[in-house]
Design a protein around this ligand. Structure first.
Ligand code: SF4
Length: 347
């Protein structure tokens, strides 16, 4: 279901803009129906008020929770079944100083094919609708507080731009999220930058860079647009300055592959309005990369910061970075093939 479909249905039920806004606030913020100083009864048109429980059930019902798996770092992977039998993951990120993050998926599968990512191995299966993206947030908020949404799950948001930007618009207006707490993550695509500049709700931007070398980037991200890293950083930096939120540069650190680019990183990133996140790769069976030593990664981060590139080392256990999502889905699909029974869970 698209947002125009949702709007058409609300209109049929007599909703004016203030009614739409209130109903979406209840859904996206997982508010109880009796929440607020002004009762819904008497505020909403009668037909809309009567239909509301069924509407909320229908929007939430785009996903059913198939599996929920906690990790030692406090994160939880949620595997959602979609109505057509496909599945996607969201991840409740470990709480950090007043930040309760949720990583959401924007597509079933992904066309970019990053060599270090489980999701990338199977290609793109289909787009998620804006409502399927929003339902991940609404359903997660019934489980736990969420005040930040990162679009770093399965899929490349730039390849589903209309739905992702529509979801961001709804989350920033009715979802109660500060705009900087919505993080649009991309490998980089020419279409993204003008759309972000024009958006009313401007999210923070994360750019998955991974290397400064054009040829190596083409190998690591084989079906990403073949754009020069320097050009991408220039565009992303300009958007960050315009939005007022620092650019987050993601760098999955692969031993012997992209862990010796210190000089080039400083040349490219010094003076940028940006934070570089180094994320040591988590070894995944079947993928040909190795995790570098924590100590070596820590020293690299310290040297980069000393040279003027603010760098953080993230040991995310793959939870808050693209490439981590898709692992529960892949494992459960493998288990299905092996006919190991799945423990289904209720939402
Ligand atoms: S890392 Fe992100 S962009 Fe790359 S294949 Fe995986 S989901 Fe797609």
């Amino acid at each position: 279901m698209s947002i125009p479909d949702l709007d058409a249905h609300l209109l049929q039920l007599g909703a004016l803009p203030q009614h739409r806004s209130r109903v979406l606030r209840h859904w996206l913020q997982a508010l109880p129906l009796e929440h607020g100083r002004r009762p819904l009864q008497g505020f909403l048109p009668k037909a809309l008020h009567e239909a509301l429980p069924e509407l909320l059930a229908r929007w939430n019902g785009q996903l059913s929770l198939h599996a929920r798996e906690g990790a030692a770092d406090g994160s939880e992977r949620l595997l959602w079944l979609l109505q057509d039998g496909q599945s996607v993951e969201s991840v409740l990120l470990p709480p950090r100083a007043k930040s309760w993050g949720l990583c959401v998926s924007s597509q079933v599968g992904c066309a970019v094919g990053c060599g270090f990512c489980m999701t990338g191995q199977g290609g793109l299966i289909r787009q998620l609708s804006a409502l399927e993206i929003l339902a991940q947030v609404a359903r997660a908020r019934k489980m736990r507080a969420v005040n930040k949404v990162v679009f770093m799950g399965m899929g490349e948001p730039a390849h589903n731009l209309d739905a992702v930007l529509a979801a961001i618009e709804a989350l920033g207006s009715e979802g109660g999220f500060a705009h900087k707490q919505l993080v649009f993550s991309t490998v980089g695509d020419e279409r993204v930058f003008p759309r972000l500049h024009a958006a009313r709700v401007k999210p923070a931007l994360a750019l998955s860079l991974h290397t400064t070398k054009p040829q190596l980037r083409r190998e690591l991200l084989p079906r990403a647009p073949a754009l020069e890293p320097a050009w991408l950083v220039e565009q992303a930096d300009a958007y960050a300055r315009a939005s007022g939120y620092p650019l987050q540069l993601q760098w999955t650190l692969l031993e012997g592959v992209n862990d010796a680019e210190e000089e080039a990183i400083v040349a490219l990133l010094k003076g940028r309005y940006a934070l570089l996140n180094l994320i040591p790769f988590n070894t995944v069976p079947g993928l040909p990369y190795r995790r570098p030593s924590w100590d070596a990664a820590r020293q690299l981060a310290a040297r980069l910061t000393q040279q003027g590139v603010l760098t953080k080392l993230r040991d995310s256990a793959g939870q808050d970075v693209e490439g981590g999502c898709g692992q529960l889905r892949a494992r459960i699909q493998t288990e299905r093939v092996r006919r190991i029974p799945i423990q289904a869970v209720s939402a």
